[in-house]
Design a protein around this ligand. Structure first.
Ligand code: CP3
Length: 360
């Protein structure tokens, strides 16, 4: 077993005592860091950066060189899976992701298959093992994937930023077709995440960015059921260590109980949910990760410290909390503010863990 020297993040996810609250930041490697923009320029574009394991390793480590973060997250994207399925992913400047060949015809949907993660996605596995070597057991590495439903939204719409009209029409008119896409995606995610774990990912997170756009009934049937299938098929122990699984449905605050019942280790929360109330609802079953509004990190160090204090107080004393933002860090965030955020969590969180470190 190769426990990282700083295993606070893994311990918190497994609801074990820690002497402070660990922190990492969604999209911690990204456009708010000048060194990221330089490396991306060297790569040519975002997708070439993802597909180059040396450069993906370099940008994964950039935020860790600046800030005392408790975890690294693989630098990649959730859309690597549909790209490997042949849909032709590209990023046009300033417009976000697009697909050359979105799913339009029934035969295209019937032809869809889960990609072998070692072939078309081999670059991701190379990045994972290279990042693990570079980290040298300092902090754990998080692997990730999109949820089957969130991936399906992009595959059907062909881009983000829509109101999911095509996906939702299919959901109500041809649920059989959507279920087929979701089954293939679920298999693809299981294979992809298990390959990441095999290559060295020590925790995995499933990003269900668009699950919150579904009706109550549709969420259970079209998003949660497939995440549950994935959770039950993931490798949960590797080299004698438990591999925690985090589920994050953005806008999913009303479904925490059913999410916790999937058997995952932790839930990611966006900023619309009260951390203390969430803990009361599910706290004994899973750890919680979140949930500072990313807009707060656009302000100033004093305001950030005040809001960090409120977030820690909301969760309250004891273990089982991983500090994070409620969604990805905004690209216009000053890096000094991220520094202030990390420092505030280091300074203010030990007071909430006294019972963890003192004998009863
Ligand atoms: O958290 C991390 O540091 C790991 C890296 C990561 C990226 N994308 C890098 C990225 C992760 C975990 C993702 C996940 C992802 N990608 C999600 C789920 C999480 C979420 O944010 O809801 C989604 C929906 C995507 C799809 C995607 N990729 C979009 C919508 C965009 C455009 C975003 C934008 O702000 O323009 C991307 C591009 C992307 N993925 C960037 C980064 C750093 C910016 C690309 C660039 O450098 O130009």
């Amino acid at each position: 077993m190769t426990t990282p020297r700083n295993d606070t993040f893994l311990r918190a996810l497994l609801r074990q005592p820690t002497d402070r609250t660990p922190i990492w930041i969604m999209r911690q490697a990204g456009r708010y860091l000048p060194e990221y923009n330089q490396t991306r320029a060297r790569a040519g574009d975002f997708l070439s950066l993802c597909k180059n394991p040396d450069l993906a390793t370099e940008v994964t480590l950039q935020p860790l060189a600046r800030f005392k973060l408790d975890a690294a997250i693989l630098f990649s994207d959730i859309l690597t899976i549909p790209d490997a399925m042949g849909l032709g992913l590209y990023f046009s400047a300033g417009e976000g992701p697009k697909f050359e060949r979105p799913l339009r015809e029934e035969w295209e949907i019937r032809d869809l298959t889960a990609p072998d993660p070692h072939e078309k996605l081999g670059y991701v596995m190379s990045a994972v093992s290279q990042i693990r070597r570079a980290l040298d057991n300092s902090v754990p590495l998080i692997g990730f994937s999109g949820s089957p439903f969130t991936l399906a939204c992009y595959m059907i719409e062909g881009q983000g930023g829509t109101d999911f009209a095509e996906t939702k029409k299919m959901l109500y008119q041809r649920p059989d077709l959507l279920h087929h896409i979701l089954s293939v995606n679920a298999q693809a995610v299981v294979d992809y995440l298990n390959a990441q774990i095999e290559a060295g990912a020590q925790a995995v997170m499933i990003f269900d960015t668009w699950g919150g756009a579904l009706s109550h009934a549709a969420y259970e049937e079209f998003s949660l059921a497939y995440m549950q299938r994935i959770v039950s098929q993931l490798t949960r122990f590797k080299d004698g260590a438990e591999v925690p699984v985090v589920l994050f449905t953005k806008g999913g605050g009303q479904w925490l109980e059913s999410m916790a019942a999937t058997g995952c280790s932790a839930l990611g929360l966006d900023w619309t949910t009260h951390l203390g109330q969430a803990r009361q609802r599910v706290g004994a079953q899973v750890a919680l990760q979140g949930n500072l509004d990313p807009a707060i990190v656009l302000t100033d160090p004093d305001t950030i410290a005040v809001e960090v204090a409120k977030t820690l107080a909301q969760y309250g004393t004891g273990h089982g909390h991983v500090f994070n933002l409620g969604h990805g860090v905004n690209q216009f965030t000053p890096p000094e503010n991220v520094q202030a955020l990390v420092e505030a969590v280091h300074r203010l969180s030990p007071a909430y863990h006294l019972a963890d470190i003192l004998p009863a």
